[in-house]
Design a binder for this molecule. Structure first.
Ligand code: DQA
Length: 143
């Protein structure tokens, strides 16, 4: 596992000002820099969009480069079959991550369309959910 895509969905560009008790204090730039520094042995490409089609296009465009995908689909977690189908279609080991614990919040957040197309889901540990997700992909490969 060398090349990893980290994809963030809608409103995650507002990290740092969005409800910090739920999502943490890091901005998206800080989050991405933290991960790039922590996993300096990996090639990491990051992308964020508020638009479903842009997320789909970017993942498709980078699919032949990537060995693994870390995705926080944000609000699309609970609504987007189209983005879920992209994750399924690319046939790259993918992990779903969330800053908050979606199982412990409003009922409409309980369902994730991504759980069954991802090899694992990590949530509720803010930026450390992403760290756990990347480590899981790395361990997956060493098995
Ligand atoms: C989120 C959880 C989602 O329910 C929410 O819509 C988000 C962020 C998280 O990282 O905790 O935007 O994916």
């Amino acid at each position: 596992m060398k090349n990893v895509m980290i994809v963030n969905g809608p409103n995650l560009n507002l990290l740092g000002e969005r409800d910090v008790l739920v999502y943490g204090e890091m901005t998206l730039l800080e989050l991405n820099s933290f991960l790039i520094k922590k996993f300096s042995n990996l090639e990491i490409r990051t992308f964020q969009s508020n638009h479903e089609g842009q997320l789909i296009d970017w993942i498709q465009e980078n699919r032949n480069w990537a060995d693994g995908l870390v995705i926080n689909p944000a609000g699309y977690t609970h609504t987007s079959i189209a983005l879920r189908d992209t994750v399924e279609a690319i046939r790259i080991p993918s992990v779903e991550v969330h800053l908050s614990n979606i199982k412990n919040r409003e009922p409409f957040r309980m369902n994730s369309f991504f759980s069954d197309v991802c090899v694992a889901s990590f949530m509720g540990k803010k930026e450390l959910s992403y760290v756990d997700g990347i480590n899981f992909l790395l361990e997956l490969e060493s098995k």
